[in-house]
Structure formats: C-alpha cells, structure tokens
Design a protein around this ligand. Structure first.
Ligand SMILES: [Ca+2]
Ligand SMILES: [Ca+2]
Length: 437
C-alpha cells in the first residue's frame, strides 16, 4: 500500500533528523509513526489555535535555537471524504519564544488526502479517500508529524445525533419510504413523538394517537408537491436543502380545537431536543386520501395537507432560498404580486378592498401571514384544485379569493402565474392525487 511505502521513507527521514535532537515534544515513534495518535502526543495543543506568533526578534549577536515543532490542525484530525482542513506549523525555541513558520516541506503518506492549497504559513488538505496516515512538516532540521484519519462520507448520512427523524443530506435525494416508522427507544425524540416519515427536506412528525393512514397521506402529498414529476428526486434541491438546514417539520396532532395551539405541541415544543426545528406547520387529523381543498363544505372529504404542505415549503424553503422573490415582506416579487391582487398595499387586512381586488382576506392576519395564504390560493388555483375540482368551492371561498378556476387565475393574476411557471423555481405543475410513483 502507498501508506506503508511512503511511511517507510518518512520514518527514515524522521530518524535521520531527530535522533539525539532536542525535539522533546515530538514523541512520534520512529518505529511505527502511523500508530501514534496525536491525542497521546499533544492532547492539549493539537487542536488549539496557534498562539499569536511572537514578533520578537533575537537580540543582535544572539541566535535562537530551535527546540521543537508543533502542527496545529484547524478542526478535527478525523475527516470525512471530501472534507477540508487547514494546518499550521509552529516553531518553539529554547528561549521560550515561538512563531508560526512556513514549513520547508510538507509531505504525507498515501492517497487518502490531497494538498488542496498552500499559502504562507497555512496548508490546506482535502480528504480524498478512506484511510489513516501521517502528515509531516519539516523546518530547521526537525520534522513533526500529525496523524489524520479519513472516514467514509457515508458516515455523514447516518442518523443524525438529533435523531432518526431529522432529515440528513442523504434523505434529500432519496425517494421517500412512505411507511410510518416508530421513533425508537433511546432516540432524542422518543417519548415526544411516536412516529415519523421523512420526505426529502421535510420531516413529518406525528404524536401518539395520530392515524397512520393520515400520516401516510400527509407524507404522500408532501412527496407529490416536492417531486411533482415523481421521478424520485426533489424538483428543487436548493429548496429542499434549505428545509433540511432549518429542520422544517410537520407536526401532526389529534387536537380538535381550532385556532389554538395543540396541547400535545405545547407540552414539548420548548424541549431542547427539538431546538433544531426552526419551521413547523401544525396539522390536525384531517388528511384524508381522496379529500379535497374544499372538503366538508363541498360534501367531500377534507385533506388539509393540500393546503399545509405549500405553506411549509413556502416559508421554510422558497422564502429562504429566494428571498428577493419569495420573502414574506413588502418589496419581494411575491409581495408585489399580492399587493396587485389586493388592489394596494395593506400592512394589515382592511375591512374592505377596492373592487378590482381578487384576494380579499379580512381575517386579522399580519402581512407576512397574508403572503403565505396568497401563495397557497394562487398555487392551488393554478393546479386546478379549486373550482375545476370542486365547483361548489367557489361560493365557499369567494369572500377571500375570487379566481376560482385555473383559467380565471391565469388570465388575471399574471404576476403570480409568472412566478409559478418560472423555470428557476421548479414549482409543482400537477395537482397531488394521493398517489406517488
Ligand atoms: Ca422530481
Ligand atoms: Ca401523483
């Protein structure tokens, strides 16, 4: 193996340059340097930042004598494939002074890392493949070695320390398994939630008592919206990465009280184990397969996931991935479209709107909440999920939204329609039908 061959060379160099020297800190064994863990050698120093180089220069006529070298690693000495770290070399002198120096030579054993860059006193290395070995620097006739381990990148796709329900990098591009899974004993969320399904960048968390069939329905709707062409990968990876980073989660509960926080959520929401979740959308047990946006008022089944999934991917995904277009504040492209739809800018809902307005919500929502609502109405109208699907819905919603059919929406709300069809955003073009792939 490369490691052995090159290590032999380095060991020879090590013996030749350090035997009998005053290199007290360099305890790497000349017999088997790759087996000496750096933590045994300099556990106090190796991961600390180097002290500020001492600027003092030797007094005239005197000469500093090099006593020791130390390699400082920025971050971990265990890397994953593809990770980068930086190293610096510090020279320590017999008079107690020390300084960061430019190594005369850096070398390493094997192919497990590559030198990605060298500038001044800094060396940048990238982990190339799984392996362990040493990285060596020479200066002033001495040699110093640090052990580095490279682990498989797959380790980053293992269950997160935040628990099995936390979306990982690997989940982002993996076709979701739409069967409910129990939070296992020992998991950080065990006892808080009962079960979960992960769908690309979103985690669907359900409290105990939530019907499995509805959990599956929420996850299915989520998959259909996020992977609208149903090819097994999300249509907008940027948006899903954003949702992964901020822990976007559905919280499925069994409370039937409307307009108040579900007690099951109140009981756990401030737990430290849930601190990674920055965006949530609550959903009661009204996600019926075959249901519609209109639901009961139209004599149909409710499926509130059709409304709530767009709400979460707007606020936790699109808004943060494309702030100038989707931010829930005045001045974004979406906000401008909404102001047109309401016949003007209204910071809070007015009691009446200009006759030209078609988004005429009077519920006392703040401006940011109105934008999420507006985005939802436009999206589902464009997907034909209102009057095209449930003709009776038009009368039910007309106090708030009057563009009931797809054709009404497209011919009137040209601002939002342009956003929904902008190829940069890859928004859904087909209504979810309860079946994914
Ligand atoms: Ca897709
Ligand atoms: Ca489908």
């Amino acid at each position: 193996m490369h490691i052995k061959e090159l290590c032999t060379v380095l060991c020879v160099a090590f013996v030749a340059t350090s035997c009998g020297g005053s290199s007290g800190g360099s305890s790497a064994s000349p017999v088997a340097p790759t087996t000496v863990p750096v933590s045994d050698d300099k556990s106090e120093d190796s991961t600390d930042p180097p002290e500020t180089p001492t600027p003092e220069t030797p007094a005239p006529g005197s000469e500093r004598i090099l006593d020791d070298l130390r390699i400082f690693v920025d971050g971990e000495t265990t890397l994953t494939v593809g990770a980068t770290t930086t190293l610096q070399l510090e020279a320590r002198y017999t008079d107690g002074t020390r300084e960061t120096v430019v190594a005369e030579e850096w070398s390493y054993s094997g192919d497990w890392i590559t030198i990605a860059g060298q500038g001044g006193t800094t060396l940048t290395v990238t982990a190339a493949e799984v392996g362990t070995g040493t990285l060596t620097a020479s200066f002033g006739g001495q040699v110093e070695t640090v052990d580095i381990t490279v682990e498989a990148a797959a380790s980053t796709s293992a269950a997160s320390p935040e628990g099995v329900a936390r979306v990982t990098q690997a989940d982002l591009t993996r076709a979701p398994d739409l069967t409910p899974k129990l939070i296992p004993a020992g998991d950080p969320l065990f006892g808080l939630f009962e079960k979960y399904i992960k769908v690309f960048g979103i985690s669907v968390l359900a409290f105990s008592g939530y019907p499995d069939a509805m959990l599956v329905q929420v996850a299915t709707t989520t998959a259909e919206y996020l992977d609208n062409n149903e090819d097994g990968v999300p249509d907008n990876l940027t948006v899903n990465s954003q949702m992964m980073r901020n822990g976007a989660s559905f919280v499925l509960h069994t409370s039937t009280a409307t307009n108040q926080e579900p007690p099951q959520w109140t009981a756990v929401k401030d737990r430290r184990e849930l601190a990674y979740i920055e965006h949530t959308t609550m959903m009661a047990a009204e996600a019926n397969r075959g249901g519609t946006v209109c639901g009961t008022p139209c004599g149909e089944l409710n499926d509130t996931s059709l409304e709530h999934v767009p709400e979460l991917f707007q606020k936790a995904g699109y808004m943060e991935a494309y702030p100038s277009d989707f931010m829930d504040a005045r001045g974004s492209t979406l906000a401008d479209a909404m102001d047109t739809a309401r016949g003007g800018y209204f910071r809070t809902s007015p009691s009446s709107y200009p006759d030209s307005a078609w988004f005429t919500i009077t519920d006392p929502y703040p401006y940011d909440a109105q934008i999420i609502e507006y985005f939802y109405w436009g999206l589902v109208a464009n997907l034909g999920m209102l009057g095209d699907r449930s003709p009776r819905v038009c009368a039910d919603i007309e106090a708030e939204w009057t563009l009931c059919t797809r054709s009404q929406f497209r011919s009137t709300d040209t601002g939002l329609y342009a956003m929904l069809t902008d190829p940069r955003f890859n928004l859904p073009t087909v209504a979810p039908d309860g079946s994914y792939r």
